[in-house]
Design a protein around this ligand. Structure first.
Ligand code: TRP
Length: 486
């Protein structure tokens, strides 16, 4: 085990971390992915499950991850290994850290392609390339942007370069400052779009689509997608938040920062939904438009509103910035691991990672043009990266983390790191021991087809089973009582 030579860099107090973590969390996941997967999975019921997953799984996992990072002061692999050895447990658990780092890298490989879309649209907004009035024109513009591998590759390469340049320069410089104005800017743009949407004629339909719960519209796959997205949107189980946590000063409250970030992230996602769906319904488009949904809908709104040309530019600037602050957080885990373990400089680590990233992301980019036929079991390489990480690696990694924290490690570790009052600590422990793991397992059992669970009809007995398991679990182990006793 190597120890870093200098003391680890730290954020500038609690706000520095909140800003950076918000920058990581708020990104394409909120504005691009959330609306399009909500559209694909039928709306309201999906949104409700997603919110439940944020609350029951996302928040507890995030607290656990930050605590791991701060306790272990290192990249996911090193931090998890240090924390488990401190409790005298097998260092094999650091496999969780490996999986997280791999997931972060895989996500980044398709993320830079989508971020490339955002940059390409920024350029189109500046150069007038978004002109075209009809719904069909927008679909054609999106298709044309994807059809040429040189064009698409140019933009994703640009994103890769920008990300590595920033990461090579170090964690603090830039990230905190840029998030400070990017976030409010993004919110203002969304408010303008929502304001426009209210008068576009599609607002009521959008509200109904997003918030009316229709249990019948939710498939098992939709449940798993909602769970996976809770991980994705909060940057969990992929090294990002854990690594950021390793730079968190000892006195900052993990619970409060977590709740702040989760609320900000959720609000931005819901606002993005409220900005996009009115345009979809007002123009008679299908909510199931897939990954191009954002890019095919919002330009229609910008075209129709006063000062739309200017707003389009501002919006894509903010979106590109949001994408970059997220991309940076994904590389940070890998880079900090290389720096701590391989005796390379930050710059070398960043550029080395960048080259591998460029190769993999180029393959992902080709899924949209040259490689349109290269599918395996009906999925492109791009889709596989998304599918494996969101549906499998992140939920399973998160499950491992909460089980580790809830049952395996010394309870003193988390009592120290979280620093909660006994009551709140007991609640956190209850969540990581029962609510989060059972939530994840139930969704997996359902999605794997082991048992089809009719959530709409069966939730009372599901809840009863959950309570029963928790009570039995607690009677079987006296640890919670000891925890409560302080
Ligand atoms: N949370 C970001 C978003 O919503 C994406 C992201 C950043 C991410 N870092 C991550 C996702 C790490 C998974 C893992 O756009």
């Amino acid at each position: 085990m190597t120890t870093p030579q200098q003391p680890r860099a730290q954020w500038l107090g609690r706000w520095g971390f909140v800003l950076a973590a918000t920058g990581s969390a708020v990104g394409l996941g909120n504005i691009w992915k959330f609306p399009y997967i909500t559209g694909e999975h039928g709306g309201g019921a999906f949104v409700l499950i997603y919110l439940a997953c944020i609350l029951a799984v996302g928040v507890p996992v995030m607290m656990t991850e930050i605590a791991f990072g701060r306790r272990g002061r290192g990249s996911p692999i090193d931090a998890v290994r240090r924390v488990v050895t401190e409790s005298g447990r097998s260092s094999l658990w650091s496999l969780l850290g490996w999986m997280a780092m791999l997931a972060g890298f895989m996500i980044l490989s398709f993320y830079v392609v989508v971020a490339g879309w955002s940059f390409a649209y920024l350029w189109k907004a500046v150069s007038g390339g978004l002109a075209g009035a009809s719904v069909d024109d927008m679909a054609a513009i999106f298709a044309a942007n994807n059809a040429n591998p040189l064009n698409l590759g140019f933009w994703s390469t640009l994103v890769t370069l920008a990300t590595m340049l920033i990461v090579g320069k170090g964690v603090q410089a830039g990230i905190e400052k840029s998030v400070r104005w990017m976030m409010p800017g993004l919110v203002v743009m969304l408010v303008i779009l929502i304001g426009y949407g209210m008068f576009s004629g599609g607002f009521i339909d959008a509200l109904r689509f997003l918030f009316v719960f229709d249990a019948g519209s939710l498939s098992s796959d939709g449940m798993l997608a909602a769970l996976g997205h809770a991980f994705f949107t909060l940057s969990l189980a992929s090294g990002a938040i854990l690594t950021y946590g390793s730079y968190l000063p000892a006195r900052a409250s993990i619970a409060r920062t977590t709740v702040t970030v989760a609320i900000a992230d959720t609000l931005v996602a819901l606002m993005a939904g409220l900005a996009i769906f009115p345009v979809i319904f007002a123009n008679g488009m299908s909510p199931e438009g897939g990954p191009g949904l954002l890019f095919m809908s919002l330009p229609l709104a910008f075209q129709a509103m006063p000062l739309g040309g200017l707003f389009a530019i501002l919006f894509f600037v903010m979106l590109s910035m949001a994408a970059l602050t997220s991309a940076i957080s994904m590389v940070e885990a890998t880079v900090s691991w290389l720096v701590d373990n391989k005796a390379v400089s930050r710059r070398t680590a960043a550029w080395g990672t960048g080259i591998v990233l460029w190769l993999v992301s180029t393959l992902a980019m080709l899924s949209f043009n040259v490689g349109a036929d290269w599918t395996l079991a009906g999925r492109h390489f791009f889709d596989w990266l998304d599918y494996l990480t969101s549906r499998w690696m992140m939920p399973l990694g998160g499950l491992g983390m909460v089980l580790l924290a809830g049952f395996v490690l010394n309870s003193a570790t988390f009592r120290d790191e979280l620093g909660l009052s006994p009551r709140w600590h007991a609640l956190w422990l209850f969540m990581v021991r029962y609510v989060s793991p059972l939530g994840i397992l139930v969704i997996f059992v359902d999605a794997l087809g082991i048992a089809r669970i009719e959530f709409g009809a069966h939730w009372p007995w599901l809840a009863a089973v959950l309570v029963a398991i928790s009570v039995i679990g607690e009677l079987a182990s006296p640890r919670l009582r000891r925890t409560l006793a302080g």
